[in-house]
Design a protein around this ligand. Structure first.
Ligand code: NAP
Length: 306
């Protein structure tokens, strides 16, 4: 296997990875960013972003990621399309195993993101056309409209309540007759006049031509089926960290998100995590960018002190 030495390798070219790349390139570190697909991450499928500072008119997810990528590359960041297979972090020089070779690096930033769990009701076809996984990002587009939210955990209930600040009506579809969400969120949901919970039910399909016009729902106890007329459908049945290559190389929380300290360092010295892949209370572009700046500067200090 060919061996290449880097000061820093970054895994993932979403906002966190690209930001870490910008900082590392400006610090003149010998840095490589690995991305398995197209740079941009989850924001590539975000239709319109209104809550990222500096763009008062808003900006499409595609345009924002392109700007970040151009900025990083103009500063000298090398981006390579390659999927990380596994990591060997047991030695001082960290080893990243790719399909055809392995790379060694003094420090590593894992910014591989997370993916919302899909239900499989054709949500791909309607992504950005009524289907969303992010109320903070998309709720304002549903002002005075009717939306469906799916799930019964903390995320679904909290976000469904948030949606009621914009939408005139929110249906929350849950597959059981009891919510998983914490009691205080349940109390708020039950009190909210704009929120109607559709119990014991699962979404079985989406209807619409150019965008979502309705959500097909089936009651799992009676098998009765109906269509809820709605302009949007938010899906919150859990998110999964993109860490298939990790194999317990660093500590994670109980859900698999990487645990870090305030310098974004994971349980192995010189290994950092930034953005959605880390254990964090908020998964936004702005928080990912902040994490990444801290992680890159921490990696720089780590190398200086080796
Ligand atoms: P979660 O707790 O795993 O809940 C997922 C929900 O989706 C559950 O209600 C589950 O139903 C439902 N679900 C799963 N698969 C489904 C399917 N195929 N079809 C229909 N429904 C399905 O996920 P989460 O709400 O994203 O929360 C993740 C973690 O973050 C949790 O520990 C949560 O407490 C935490 N969190 C905390 C806060 C807060 O403290 N404010 C906010 C957000 C998240 P069942 O209940 O029937 O299994």
């Amino acid at each position: 296997m060919t061996k290449t030495d880097y000061d820093l390798v970054i895994i993932g070219a979403g906002p966190a990875g690209l930001t870490a790349g910008i900082y590392a390139a400006r610090a003149r570190m010998n840095v490589l960013l690995l991305e398995k697909a197209v740079p941009g991450g989850q924001i590539l499928v975000t239709d319109w972003i209104e809550n990222y500072p500096g763009f008062p008119e808003g900006i499409s997810g595609y345009d924002l990621s392109e700007k970040m990528k151009i900025q990083a590359e103009e500063l000298g960041l090398k981006i390579e399309t390659a999927e990380v297979h596994s990591l060997n972090l047991s030695k001082e020089l960290k080893e990243i195993i790719l399909k055809d070779r392995s790379i060694t690096t003094k420090s590593l930033i894992i910014a591989s993101g997370a993916s919302p769990r899909n239900i499989g009701i054709g949500e791909d076809k309607f992504m950005g056309k009524g289907v969303s996984f992010c109320a903070t990002c998309d709720a304002p587009f549903f002002r005075d409209k009717t939306v469906v939210a799916i799930g019964g955990g903390d995320t679904a209930v909290q976000e469904a309540i948030f949606l009621t600040k914009f939408a005139k009506k929110v249906y929350l579809i849950h597959r059981r007759d009891e919510l998983r969400a914490t009691k205080i969120l349940q109390e708020r949901a039950f009190k909210n006049k704009k929120l109607e919970i559709i119990w014991d039910s699962v979404a079985t399909g989406l209807e619409g031509f150019f965008g979502v016009e309705g959500v097909k729902v089936k009651n799992v106890k009676t098998n009765e089926e109906k269509t809820l007329k709605a302009d949007g459908c938010f899906i919150w049945i859990g998110i999964l960290p993109n860490t298939s290559f990790l194999n317990d190389a660093v500590k994670t929380d109980e859900f698999g998100f990487i645990s870090v300290d305030t310098t974004m360092q994971a349980s192995v010295p010189g290994v950092y995590a930034a953005g959605d892949v880390r254990d964090t209370p908020l998964r936004q572009i702005s928080t990912a960018v902040g994490d990444a700046a801290i992680a890159a500067v921490s990696a720089e200090h780590f190398i200086e002190n080796l």
